[in-house]
Design a binder for this molecule. Structure first.
Ligand SMILES: Cc1ncc(COP(=O)(O)O)c(C=O)c1O
Length: 391
């Protein structure tokens, strides 16, 4: 038995994917034409699986901000903020995020994944308890594990299951963090954050919400599901990413608690990695400005989401439970998902293949995510290609 033997399982997984057609990890966008179109193996392809919700990746002002920062501040920070100092842009973006969420404190991380590891591992320790939604993203689970706290899962969006877990904690409830997402990444469904807030208050627990997929998508100001449900002020920690609606890279935490300022001294995924580069800070800052000042982007996104959901629903497909910019098509089984995903790609449509075990209920999905930058014609084409799969 060697160190390398365990890769036999990964080899098997890979050959299963290759046998069905293309291995999703090997898809290459050779030319990126726009936020919604690329060239794959010489074929013009509609991108329907990008998380580019506001379609800002090719926004001229975001690009100009990134280019200006590259020219004036260089290509990278070459170190962590703890050891190598902060750039003014890091603090400026943190101030903007705190202002956006109207919560007083914000902290920027190098990725959304690092934000979840960094916040959860700083906040929680041995003797603390996490109640984690069963559909929560891997980064939330990894952060909880890294913390050493006791982790209990509750059934996805099931308030009775959460309540039972809280009841069982008795006095430990005051050392409990409830961890959920705003909009869930695979099915596009929302957490009932108003009910979760009521429970956390009743039991004296705390609440962290990952708004990675809901930032810029939900809420009057675009803050996410907590804002949309009127409970933003009651959430203890909001985490999120710059890599989806803001079209850049990086992550953040926003909080009303002064203690967030101390995370800088104890959060290892913040302290021991290079800080985000000047170009990333600048494009993110400009994208956030656009998110705040162009509500029409959100309006177009929702109109596009409704068009795609309705169109696929009319085909009789088994979809996620609510209209959302994430539209997940449930497939009969793994083989069917693999085959349909390949046929769509050959027909010029790129969607995400979501296979167990990283999926709700262990099912297989073709996950579409729609953007404000998609045209109605592109959406009709996506629907038409799904229809062709049925014949
Ligand atoms: C819910 C959720 N949280 C965090 C992340 C990690 O974000 P990033 O890819 O920016 O590191 C993701 C990424 O897919 C996500 O879906």
């Amino acid at each position: 038995m060697s160190l390398l033997d365990k890769f036999a399982v990964a080899e098997q997984l890979k050959s299963g994917l290759v046998k069905a057609g293309k291995d999703p990890t090997s898809v290459v966008f050779d030319i990126i034409n726009s936020a919604t179109e690329a060239v794959v193996e010489g074929r013009t392809t509609i991108l329907a699986g990008t998380n580019n919700y506001l379609g800002l990746t090719f926004d001229p002002d975001c690009i100009a901000a990134g280019v200006a920062a590259l020219k004036s501040q260089g290509t990278g920070t070459t170190g962590s903020r703890m050891a190598n100092g902060s750039y003014a842009a890091h603090g400026a973006l943190e101030a903007e995020i705190a202002d956006f969420f109207q919560c007083g404190h914000a902290m920027v991380f190098s990725t959304g994944y690092a934000a979840n590891l960094g916040v959860l591992s700083a906040l929680l320790g041995k003797g603390d308890v996490v109640l984690l939604d069963s559909d929560a993203h891997a980064s939330l689970y990894d952060g909880c594990r890294m913390s050493g706290a006791d982790i209990f899962r509750f059934k996805h969006n099931d308030m009775q299951s959460l309540e039972r877990r809280l009841e069982r904690l008795k006095d430990r409830a005051s050392r409990c963090l409830i961890v959920v997402e705003g909009m869930y990444s695979v099915l596009g469904d929302n957490a009932p954050l108003d009910e979760i807030v009521a429970l956390k208050q009743r039991f004296g627990a705390s609440l962290l919400v990952d708004e990675a997929h809901s930032l810029g998508v939900y809420g009057e100001r675009g803050c996410g599901v907590a804002e949309a449900l009127g409970v933003l002020e009651q959430v203890d920690f909001i985490v999120g990413t710059f890599s989806k609606s803001l079209g850049a890279m990086g992550g953040f935490c926003a909080s009303k608690h002064d203690v967030l300022g101390l995370f800088r001294y104890v959060s290892r995924p913040f302290m021991f990695t290079a800080s985000p580069s000047p170009a990333v800070m600048a494009t993110t800052h400009e994208a956030l400005r656009q998110l705040r000042t162009r509500p029409e982007l959100r309006k177009t996104l929702w109109s596009n989401a409704r068009q795609l959901y309705k169109g696929l629903q009319d085909l009789g497909l088994d979809l996620g439970p609510q209209i959302s910019p994430v539209v997940a098509v449930r497939c009969k089984d793994r083989q069917s998902a693999l085959s349909k995903w390949n046929k769509l790609l050959e027909a010029g449509i790129y969607v995400n293949m979501m296979l167990p075990p990283a999926t709700p209920g262990g099912a297989s999905f073709l996950r579409c995510s729609i953007s404000a930058a998609h045209t109605p014609e592109q959406i009709e084409t996506i629907i038409a290609r799904f229809k062709e799969l049925q014949s």
